[in-house]
Design a protein around this ligand. Sequence first.
Ligand code: SAH
Length: 352
Amino acid sequence: MTALAAILKARIRANGPIRLADYMAECLLHPEHGYYTTREPFGSTGDFITAPEISQMFGELLGLCLAQSWLDQGAPQPFALVELGPGRGTLMADVLRATRGVPGFHAGMRLTLVEASPRLRALQARTLQGHAPIWLGAAQDLPDLPLFLLANEFFDALPIRQFQRTGPAWRERLVGLAGDVLGLGLGPVLPVAELADRLTDTAEGQIVETCPAADPIMAGIGRRIADRGGAALILDYGGWRSLGDTFQALRAHAPEDPFAAPGAADLTAHVDFAALADAASPAAYAYTTQGALLTALGIAQRSARLAQNLSGAALQSHLAATHRLTAPTEMGTLFKVLALHPARFPPPPGTA
Ligand code: SAH
């Protein structure tokens, strides 16, 4: 049993079942035993591989997309270049390298990273040496500046709640104990005001998920982009309106029971992009897939250019990475992109 399992079981024994969101938050970010606090999740030796760790092209193309958006909006100075949940800092390092040649972009930017894990902050500081980022613990504290923002696999790590439809009401799925085993049970039947619109598109017994922490984050980003200008590219797996149980645990690249070893496995849920877009109003938005965006931004040309200097195993792995990022059978359509922009300016290139 993990140390965190003992802590959570004691709490449930004393006070009763807890929300899934509270379980997820403790597992991921508990100050001593949380997954992101204690582990090195990324890469082939970790639990999962993210797009920026697959190829430098991902960050290069997204960086140039944001820089073009910045130019389209009259190159405002100063502006905040922001990443939510930068992991090892790989994506931002590629963005910064690719945008070096965009006149005025680096001079006017305030590089801002939103990261909860002190361990990952230290890693990001090493990767981004010389660029003087500032770190924020919460996206609500973003500066009141034009905002050019990236978030890759950030929202899937935010804690979710789950509700099961019961007639015209809902029962929340809560984490409790059966004997000594952690697992899900059902709370009392309650009306849930924020799910009123889900009564029209769900059937008896179906499960919907909400991500309470995402709403204030998106509201703050949407308001700044609508008022001050800017653009956001939010990439993750998920879809338009959540339906069904998508809560999952991944350890060493294999799925496992999310209640088996709290703090030891990565926990995620699919992102509901409709909810994110709603919460970001009055910012305008476009919605597409990762494959379509990278293709529109010229990944085929960039890949061919990089391939010229490669041979043998390095070339094979580069071609495999290109395929992995874009193919419909790989990340191309599973991963979606929500782009935010002010209604008075065009959406970021390639997103609409
Ligand atoms: N974007 C990176 C890493 C994704 S993992 C990549 O694509 O490789 C999720 C990241 O979000 C980690 O850096 C994690 O520490 C951070 N994170 C998770 N929950 C957070 C929260 N509530 N507030 C701030 N950062 C958080």
